[in-house]
Design a protein around this ligand. Sequence first.
Ligand SMILES: C[S@@+](CC[C@H](N)C(=O)[O-])C[C@H]1O[C@@H](n2cnc3c(N)ncnc32)[C@H](O)[C@@H]1O
Length: 305
Amino acid sequence: MCLIRVFDRKKRIEAEDRAPVHSHEAPDTAREGRMASTKDYVLGTHDEEIERLGLQHRAWRLHAQEAWHSAGIGPGQVVLDVGCGPGYAALDLAEMLGSSGRVVAIDKSERFLRALDATCRERHICNITTHSADLEADEFPTVVADRAWCRWVLAFVKNPRTILARIAAALAPNSVMVLHEYFDYSTWRAAPRCPELEEFVSVVMASWRDSGGEPDIGLCLPLWLEELGFEIRAARPIIDIVSPDHPSWTWLATFVQVGRSRLIEMGYVSPSRAESMWQAFINFQATAGARMITPGVLEIIAARR
Ligand SMILES: C[S@@+](CC[C@H](N)C(=O)[O-])C[C@H]1O[C@@H](n2cnc3c(N)ncnc32)[C@H](O)[C@@H]1O
């Protein structure tokens, strides 16, 4: 791995805070929108990331809906979407809950919340409330929820157990928490092997860890939930093996494409190393019979005792 120094971080932070959502501005300004911010997290909150999260949600929608059904999510309930991002799951949940139910969508990224608010206005959706909060530092909204949904958030925070306890405190008795977090990110492999993809995956994991997160946080969750008074109703690994025509392939390929720019910006790889990784991935993708194994997600459905 070739490391280059992260430079001028303060300037980057100021740039992101000024950047518009869905920018159609000149290339320099659009580039500023890809920079890191205090309201940002390791993967960024730029427009490309908003689109990527949409693609990711579409690839994972069936898994999510299956989990929501198992957790008994239905009309009239109040559901917390913790670390909602631009709200793709929140929008689906709002439809399931109907007009008598409500999604309370929490995130620290103003850009993501603005994107969700804009979608709600466009589609005349009235049963989603957005709440801007840093889960580690700010107050949770005062709400007593029936269900909580949290996907790919605890891997990116410094105090995941504290956040889990805060989610628990916002839940009513007999409520249910549904979690999708990675338990083994390194299962993301190419068949036949592609060493550059393995290198990309390990650099991504290092960047999350350096930001205070833990990619394989799923491994900690069953014990923490039991300590917090939850009963694990179901826990299952989700790992798929997919070919290039599968939506999960597009999800992962896009992550390599968008993620390599992010790794350059953050100083983890040089532009030429990132280009070599991308070219190797393109070649692998064109290989007859190519398959990818997806990063291992742990689904947990836990009920409050
Ligand atoms: C990978 S995205 C997942 C978004 C969404 N849960 C989904 O499944 O599409 C991670 C989200 O966690 C949010 N996040 C990370 N750390 C946070 C914190 N400390 N407080 C609030 N939100 C946080 C990010 O802003 C981002 O929206």
